[in-house]
Each structure stands twice: as C-alpha cells, then as structure tokens.
Design a protein around this ligand. Structure first.
Ligand code: SF4
Ligand code: SF4
Length: 135
C-alpha cells in the first residue's frame, strides 16, 4: 500500500491527538526497525510497530485505525526497551485503540463470537478481551 504525503497529512489533527493521548513525541523515530524486530507479536500484525509509527506520523488515520496492529499489541514493552530513541510504542498502540473506541467502534463484537469458541475461552480471557477491544 503506497504512502501518500501531502500538506494535509503532515502534523494533522490525528498526529496531535495521538501525541496528546500518548504523551509521546513519535517524530523522534528514525525508522531503524528495532521495534518490529523485537516484537513477539509481529508475525500476527499487518503493519507492525515501525510501520504504525511511520503512518501515524504521516497522519494516515484510516489506515492506522483500520489495521490490526494496535489490537494485537500485547503491551509487553519489548519495543520500548530496545528503541534507541526511547519511544514508548505501546503508548502509541493504546492511543490508537482509544481513538477507535471513542468512536464507539468495537474491534471484537461480543455477540458475533462463535458459540463453540466461547465455550473454549476461559472467562478471564473474555473479560480481558472485552475490556481492551470493546467501546
Ligand atoms: S525502534 Fe524506535 S526509532 Fe527505531 S523504528 Fe522503532 S520507534 Fe522508531
Ligand atoms: S509493546 Fe506491542 S508493539 Fe511493542 S513489542 Fe510488545 S507487542 Fe510489540
């Protein structure tokens, strides 16, 4: 998917919102990719942390919110520990989830989960999932 840069995408309201919620300055990122190389969930993510930062910095709100990366992130902080710029990427993921949930958009729809899957899931996993993935 190509990245389109325009005067609308640089320092957009979306970038400001993400930085305000997260308290982080993501423009410090130098795109070294250490975060993606350190992420234990990387193989399940479409973008991964490095691409999420790049796209968030370019104000690509729809792509960032529509991707599974922020929802798959386990908030393990491996990326932050190894980032040479000290960026807390888990906070970016949390900010993106918050922005999406504030639009009342669930990532997981509780009533659409297959009954067979529900029977297999431990209750603590369901509670954790609903707290993280539903508005
Ligand atoms: S490790 Fe840090 S500097 Fe490197 S790409 Fe990831 S966020 Fe950017
Ligand atoms: S905090 Fe999220 S993005 Fe960072 S390494 Fe852990 S799972 Fe990956």
């Amino acid at each position: 998917m190509p990245i389109i840069i325009s005067d609308r995408t640089i320092i957009s309201d979306f970038v400001r919102k993400v930085e305000e919620i997260s308290g982080e300055n993501f423009s410090k990122c130098m795109q070294c990719g250490t975060c993606s190389g350190s992420c234990p969930m990387m193989e399940n993510m479409t973008f991964g942390p490095r691409m999420m930062i790049l796209r968030a910095n370019f104000g690509q709100e729809e792509q960032v919110i529509g991707d599974n990366t922020a929802w798959i992130c386990a908030s393990c902080h491996s990326c932050m520990v190894r980032c040479p710029r000290g960026i807390d990427i888990a906070k970016l993921m949390e900010a993106i989830r918050q922005i999406s949930l504030r639009m009342n958009e669930n990532y997981v729809e509780p009533f659409k989960i297959d009954e067979e899957i529900l029977e297999e899931l431990p209750p603590i996993a369901m509670v954790s999932c609903f707290r993280k993935h539903t508005a």
